[in-house]
Design a protein around this ligand. Structure first.
Ligand code: 4G1
Length: 248
């Protein structure tokens, strides 16, 4: 998979690209992630990339010309697939969209800065706008890193057999059960007994119950959609009821 990330601040991607699973996948040539500086594409004398907004208002707008020329140059260099503008105007990213994007041959990600980009660049070269959520960011770079990280995990070979995409319970629409490592006791808090006994059927059952109960407690919207047996559903609801009663 080839991903070009177009930005006015390509240096922001340095540690992301060279660390952990993404760093290893790049070294092994499983993914080609290239941060691309938009500035050299400006035809202005001083390589300006932003200008004042027509109609007035605060801040600056990224000019269409350097962006459009940069995207077209990436196309000529074999960067295929959808061009995505990370933008608060897009639909919110979710795991279904991540899996869909991972099927593309490649991606061109455009990161906005300041007040965003001239609408004509969007009209000319952007296929889709995607948002991380409803909050204010300084730029789209962090959003592009989040999207790239999530998509790269689905590229064959990027995850080791120990890190498969199915293991996270999110695949079944549930949150994860609590995890513990050594020592067995920390600041007076013991690791739950069931995890120490080596009874794997019992451990599986406990983890499933914990996933269901945590999901019900903090994300009732996910709980309602998740697949479970009527027994599991009743047990989680009973445990939550019990907890609620303990408040009195
Ligand atoms: C209006 C958030 C503006 C922000 C309303 C999530 C946010 C890109 C994202 C903004 C950005 C809201 C994102 C805002 C983002 C141009 C440059 C847009 C930065 C910019 C809720 C600033 N997911 N924000 N505007 O944050 O790029 O992808």
């Amino acid at each position: 998979m080839k991903i070009a990330i177009l930005s006015l601040f390509p240096e922001m991607f340095e540690s992301f690209l060279n660390t952990s699973i993404i760093g290893r996948a790049r070294q092994e040539n499983l993914i080609d992630i290239r941060p691309v500086d938009i500035r050299p594409y400006s035809t202005k004398k001083h390589k300006n990339t932003d200008d004042y907004p027509f109609g007035g208002g605060a801040g600056m707008v990224m000019m269409a010309q350097p962006i459009v020329d940069c995207v077209r140059d990436m196309r000529s260099q074999g960067y295929k697939g959808r061009c995505i503008y990370l933008s608060p105007r897009g639909k919110q990213l979710n795991q279904q969209k991540v899996v869909e994007l991972a099927q593309e041959e490649g991606l061109i990600l455009l990161c906005g800065h300041y007040e965003g980009v001239d609408q004509r660049a969007i009209d000319l070269v952007v296929d889709e706008e995607i948002s991380l959520g409803d909050f204010v960011l300084t730029g789209g770079e962090l959003a592009a890193m989040v999207l790239t990280d999530a998509v790269a995990r689905y590229v064959p070979g990027v995850l080791g057999s120990d890190e498969s995409t199915g293991e996270e319970s999110f695949t079944d629409g549930l949150l994860e059960y609590p995890q513990y490592t050594r020592p067995r006791e920390f600041e007076g808090i013991e690791v739950p007994e069931v995890l120490l006994n080596g009874d794997h059927a019992k451990i599986r059952k406990w983890r499933r119950e914990q996933s269901l109960l945590t999901t019900l407690r903090v994300r009732p919207d996910l709980f309602r959609k998740a697949e479970m047996t009527p027994k599991e559903r009743e047990a989680a609801l009973a445990a939550a009821r019990q907890e609620a009663e303990e408040c009195y």
